[in-house]
Design a protein around this ligand. Structure first.
Ligand SMILES: Cc1cc2nc3c(=O)[nH]c(=O)nc-3n(C[C@H](O)[C@H](O)[C@H](O)COP(=O)(O)OP(=O)(O)OC[C@H]3O[C@@H](n4cnc5c(N)ncnc54)[C@H](O)[C@@H]3O)c2cc1C
Length: 458
């Protein structure tokens, strides 16, 4: 039965992948400029500088390039810390090796250069408002319009021990860190003589939102499907996966019926769920809960909170620590005509004042909308208020089960998992990553994914 499910999944993934490969090969656009044609960014009469190359910043740059393809008065530059953007929704899949980490890193430079934008891989340091200049890695970059899209990072709420003892999802490397931790514990167990403490093989995921649920489900897949044949001496049922959540039910953002379905699936996977309780302290060998209970574990994973980029603390703009830049309905930073805030680092609201949620679909919509508004202002027109159109939410729980809510339609199970795969394959930016992920899903039908642990030599 499992083989049949995987077959259906792989076939679905393969079909979508084949179509995407076909499109990628036959619809290749030419670069906007030949290398000798392009003026330096600082020579453009309207310089739009974008800080952050994630969902929001990257989309804003692409949209601006698209809208100014036939004009030469608008220059676009993206400054970002890495030369890729992380396709976060697929990150959890890297834990079980269902998805290769390098395919979750979407190359920024090539895509932006082809569209006519400039790209600098640099860390933003400061902004001089008077000279309208950003300093990044010691270099100065002038702007006429500035779009701030620096994203979010984990929030620890001052809980002792989280930063020291828990793995938190700060970046793409977190998925590898979690997988390597499991392998490390398995190797230690294999080498050990005598009794192995339960804490070594207990994994506690803190946070019962979509990320926590996906991480716990992928841990289960790694332990039960992928590693089990390689470690015949370790009974996978000895490995404990625990999910700790402060809400009444996990996935509080989903419809109650889907929450119950997810809860039942977690029970089927033997993932222990503790609701209505918070982690109060994390030490090297335990997670202490707010109700006084202690979970004995040497493996805590933190997914319980996020805050707007800490970099905002160094910038001269009005911001709320948790939700980020204070912006008006047009996404303009309060008090500034030419500074805009988008994505998880900005407290954007809908026209009626409802906060826009910090997710990828909102960031993409904001990226497109801010590009249109910036261009409107450059052209002497009025910007328009941001209008968020939520499409839905998809949560994958292993490769053959998902709980989805799309345009008020709720569905779960294998069909939902296929939908999850098709949607995110389609949404990936890089055609190479799409083709590689689809091919991997197909190959997984015949070969179990290899699980290797790349380690630095001491
Ligand atoms: C594990 C995980 C899973 C998720 N899954 C989903 C999902 O399934 N569906 C969904 O809708 N949303 C999901 N999200 C949320 C979604 O990914 C974010 O809402 C989205 O990425 C926000 O886009 P952004 O552009 O604001 O930030 P990001 O995409 O994070 O981009 C921020 C960019 O800024 C750059 N940057 C930051 N600081 C600096 C600096 N000082 N100098 C230079 N560059 C800098 C970063 O390198 C990055 O390129 C998930 C998030 C996480 C963490």
């Amino acid at each position: 039965m499992n083989g049949l499910l995987k077959g259906a999944l792989a076939a679905g993934g393969g079909a979508v992948g084949a179509e995407l490969v076909r499109r990628a090969i036959f619809s290749g656009s030419h670069p906007r400029y030949e290398p000798w044609e392009r003026a330096p960014f600082r020579d453009f009469p309207n310089k739009v500088l974008i800080l952050g190359g994630g969902f929001a910043g990257y989309t804003a740059a692409k949209q601006l390039c698209k809208m100014t393809r036939n004009r030469d008065d608008v220059g676009v530059m993206v400054i970002s810390r890495e030369n890729y953007f992380t396709f976060w929704p697929m990150l959890a899949g890297c834990i079980s090796s269902d998805i290769d980490t390098k395919n979750v890193a979407q190359p920024l430079r090539r895509a932006l250069i082809r569209d006519g934008a400039s790209f600098r891989r640099a860390e933003v340091e400061s902004i001089d408002l008077e000279s309208q200049c950003v300093t990044a890695d010691g270099h100065e970059f002038p702007y006429d319009h500035l779009i701030v899209a620096l994203g979010a990072e984990p929030a620890y709420f001052g809980i002792p021990g989280v930063q020291e003892h828990a793995i938190s999802i700060k970046g793409i490397e977190a998925a590898e860190q979690i997988r390597n931790r499991v392998i490390e514990r398995y190797e230690e167990t294999t080498l050990a003589r005598g009794q192995v403490p339960d804490s070594l093989l207990t994994f506690v995921v803190i946070g019962g939102g979509a990320t926590g649920v996906e991480v716990a489900s992928e841990l289960h897949a790694l332990v039960h499907d992928i590693l089990a044949p390689d470690y015949p001496n370790i009974n996978p049922h000895r490995v404990k996966i625990i999910l700790v959540d402060s809400n009444e039910q996990v996935l509080k953002e989903l419809d109650p019926a889907l929450r119950r379905t997810a809860r039942k699936k977690l029970a089927d996977l033997q993932i222990e769920v503790h609701n209505k309780v918070k982690a109060k302290e994390i030490t090297a060998d335990r997670v202490i809960l707010s109700d006084g209970r202690e979970l004995s574990t040497q493996n805590a994973i933190w997914t319980a909170g996020a805050r707007a980029s800490e970099k905002l603390d160094d910038l001269p703009f009005p911001a709320d620590e948790r939700r980020g830049l204070k912006v008006d309905p047009y996404m303009r930073v309060e008090g500034y005509e030419n500074v805009w805030g988008v994505g998880d680092c900005a407290a954007n609201v809908e026209e009626d004042g409802t906060p826009v949620p910090p997710n990828a679909q909102a960031a993409v919509q904001e990226g497109k909308a801010v590009a249109r508004n910036v261009l409107a202002v450059i052209d002497g027109k009025e910007p328009v208020p941001f209008d968020y159109r939520p499409v839905g939410q998809l949560v994958e729980m292993g490769s053959n089960f998902a709980v989805n809510q799309v345009m008020n339609v709720k569905f779960s199970g294998l069909i939902a998992a296929l939908f999850w795969r098709a949607t995110y394959l389609y949404k990936l930016e890089s055609p190479q990553s799409r083709a590689r992920i689809a091919a991997d899903w197909l190959l997984d039908l015949f070969f179990s994914p290899a699980v290797t642990q790349i380690r630095d030599r001491q």
